[in-house]
Design a protein around this ligand. Structure first.
Ligand code: ZN
Ligand code: ZN
Length: 132
């Protein structure tokens, strides 16, 4: 399978030539700040199967976590974690067809904003959904 995505302005584009390995919501406050949204959603791929084109993304690091963004328009692009080597997690909204990546679980349910109600039967994890 081939999936594509990119930032809002189109300067950064990427292609993932693999099935997704992960799809989740994250309610943690780091993801909330990094995305500016009440909840983040991610779709993960093997990093070796992802190729970027156009402008190189900018990035910032906090401990083991590195997040990238477009230096032109600021769109938050991806999440990488030294504790999850070889994997890249794109913010769901930067995929060209985000409707194809319905999340399968909620992480950091303990941090969910009280007014945010997502009516589904997905598993809910109090903290990380992948321990690290
Ligand atoms: Zn951009
Ligand atoms: Zn998070």
């Amino acid at each position: 399978m081939t999936y594509t995505g990119g930032c809002r302005c189109g300067a950064v584009r990427f292609t993932a030539r693999a099935e997704s390995i992960w799809r989740s919501y994250c309610h943690c406050d780091h993801c909330r700040k990094a995305t500016g949204a009440p909840v983040a959603a991610f779709v993960g791929f093997p990093a070796a199967k992802v190729a970027f084109e156009g402008e190189a993304p900018r990035s910032f690091r906090a401990g083991p976590v590195e997040r990238s963004f477009c230096g032109g328009c600021g769109s938050p692009l991806d999440y990488r974690d030294d504790r999850l080597p070889g994997e890249v997690y794109f913010n769901l909204g930067v995929m060209d067809e985000p409707e194809r990546f319905a999340p399968k679980l909620h992480a950091f349910e303990s941090c969910r904003l009280p007014f945010l109600r997502i009516d589904d039967d997905l598993p809910r994890f109090e903290r990380f959904s992948i321990e690290r």
